[in-house]
Write a protein that binds this ligand. Structure first.
Ligand code: PHE
Length: 352
């Protein structure tokens, strides 16, 4: 190739590159000129067969062309890429003046946040959360809690039983109370202990004030020298923390097979301050929970020596606690899944 032809190759290549409009064409041009068997590459290869003098001047000239072509290719590439990006940005611009689309954010069900509040209040008093199964044995739900087979207390709980499986001699049931966690906790832990169990319980009745599924919280403490006074203090503090105000409590003698002595606990009516209203049925008091000192038979079933250790336990329905604190007047609302109920009584989920 003559110098003249090289000059022509140079100017043709540069003007071709200048006219290119797409990255694809640009790549084709690169391959044709600088690829493995591109025009310029071939020229460089042919230098070997030239006499040293020509090789020096011609070689220098070819190399200059190569450098120029290379930089023209690069400049073009940058320009094309930028143009492509500009075009993309232009089509993808967001009109920030458009009105936003509303995104309804879900709310926490009142029972869910009451579970959190109760768990926190009891944790602050040293009661560690434990869990128990919703399907349990008759033993854990009744027998171990000092309710023998023929005990009338079994009839107070309208129980959902499962048919016994083959080879099982004990029926299983949907637990009727969170007290089923007590014996398990005593068997699995060594005293002193303070535990709380929150969860679903089931009884087969359904009317204005009962749903077949509801929630309870259970507290159990086992320690040396525990007395009824400790129980009263814990309940007073727990209820004051939960209701976030000073509440008066009143203990009434009662009966539970698993506690002796047993008590039912009322709080001074938080709606009328004790003067009498519809909610407290004009008594000034509202019943909120059951409690007592753990019966020695129950301690024995949990493998605990009643001459060394005492215990107290309490249990209460969470729906009732929720209704009282948040002014919900119909139990069935909890389970009807009405969006309006959630919008009104639900709590916005905490931002993380
Ligand atoms: N389990 C009892 C109930 O369902 C409540 C309770 C728990 C009472 C613990 C005393 C002690 O009514």
């Amino acid at each position: 190739m003559t110098m003249q032809e090289l000059k022509t190759l140079q100017s043709e290549s540069l003007s071709h590159i200048g006219a290119i409009n797409s990255l694809k064409e640009l790549e084709d041009a690169r391959v044709t000129l600088l690829g493995k068997s591109g025009k310029i590459t071939e020229l460089l290869k042919s230098l070997g067969g030239m006499d040293p003098e020509t090789r020096k001047t011609f070689g220098q000239a070819v190399n200059d062309v190569k450098v120029q072509v290379q930089s023209a290719l690069e400049d073009k590439k940058t320009a094309l890429e930028r143009a492509e990006l500009d075009a993309k940005l232009a089509t993808e611009t967001v009109d920030v003046t458009l009105p936003a689309t509303a995104r309804p954010v879900g709310k926490m069900h009142p029972l869910s946040f009451v579970i959190e509040e109760v768990e926190k209040a009891l944790s602050e008093l040293g009661f560690d959360p434990v869990e128990g199964p919703e399907i349990d044995t008759e033993f854990n739900n009744f027998t171990a809690l000092n309710i023998p087979d023929d005990h009338p207390a079994r009839q107070d709980h309208d129980t959902f039983y499962f048919k016994p499986l083959k080879g099982e001699n004990e029926r299983r049931l949907l637990r009727t109370q969170t007290s089923n966690v007590q014996v398990r906790a005593m068997q699995n832990m060594t005293p002193p202990m303070r535990v709380q169990a929150i969860g679903r319980v089931f009884r087969c009745d359904s009317d204005l004030t009962h749903t077949p599924q509801f929630h309870q919280v259970e507290g159990l403490a086992i320690d040396k020298n525990l007395t009824f006074a400790h129980l009263k203090g814990v309940l007073q503090t727990f209820l004051t923390t939960y209701f976030e105000r000073k509440v008066e409590i009143r203990l009434r003698p009662s009966y539970f097979p698993f506690t002796e002595p047993s008590t039912e606990v009322d709080i001074g009516c938080i709606f009328c301050g004790g003067n009498g209203c519809r909610v407290c049925k004009h008594t000034g008091w509202i019943e909120v929970l059951g409690a007592g000192m753990v019966h020695r038979n129950v301690l024995a079933n949990g493998g605990i020596d009643h001459t060394q250790w005492q215990g107290f336990a309490f249990g209460c329905g969470l729906e009732r606690l929720t209704m009282l604190k948040y002014g919900i007047n119909d139990l069935r609302l909890f389970y009807d899944s009405h969006a309006a109920f959630l919008r009104h009584f639900g709590k916005p989920a905490a931002r993380i």
